[in-house]
Structures are given as C-alpha cells and as structure tokens.
Design a protein around this ligand. Structure first.
Ligand code: ZN
Ligand code: ZN
Length: 72
C-alpha cells in the first residue's frame, strides 16, 4: 500500500471535494459517492461490488445484504 505522506490534517475542503477515505483532493482524482454511507471516495479507495462502487467492502455488503439483523 502506498500511502503518501499525509500533510498534517489540512484537508478542510467541502464535503465532496476530497476523498473521505484517504483524503485525496478532487482535482487530482475522480470522486464517487458511496450509495450506502454517502461518503465520497476516490478511485483508489473504491470497491466494486455487485456492479456498483462503494467506499468499502463493508458498505457493499451492507447495501446488498444489509438488514436489521445484527448477529454479533
Ligand atoms: Zn481515496
Ligand atoms: Zn460507504
């Protein structure tokens, strides 16, 4: 995994202007919105699941299989 040095926490952009997963800025990347948790994420962070893209594998599973069942 190649996490570039984080430049402190200077990511004070508007929601939707940066990836909420890794903090990448929109001008360098394409952002997508997670249909499950509504976070924005870049192509690096996206997970393909069932033909859709999500911010994480968790959201993909929740979107398709999620329910009210909490069995843990
Ligand atoms: Zn990202
Ligand atoms: Zn999500």
């Amino acid at each position: 995994m190649d996490f570039e040095e984080q430049e402190e926490r200077q990511f004070k952009g508007e929601k939707g202007e940066y990836c909420e997963m890794c903090g990448a800025k929109e001008r360098l990347i394409t952002l997508n919105k997670c249909p499950m948790c509504h976070k924005y994420f870049c192509e690096k962070c996206q997970i393909n699941f069932g033909g859709k893209t999500f911010c994480s594998d968790f959201c993909g599973q929740e979107f398709f299989f999620g329910g009210d069942e909490e069995d843990e």
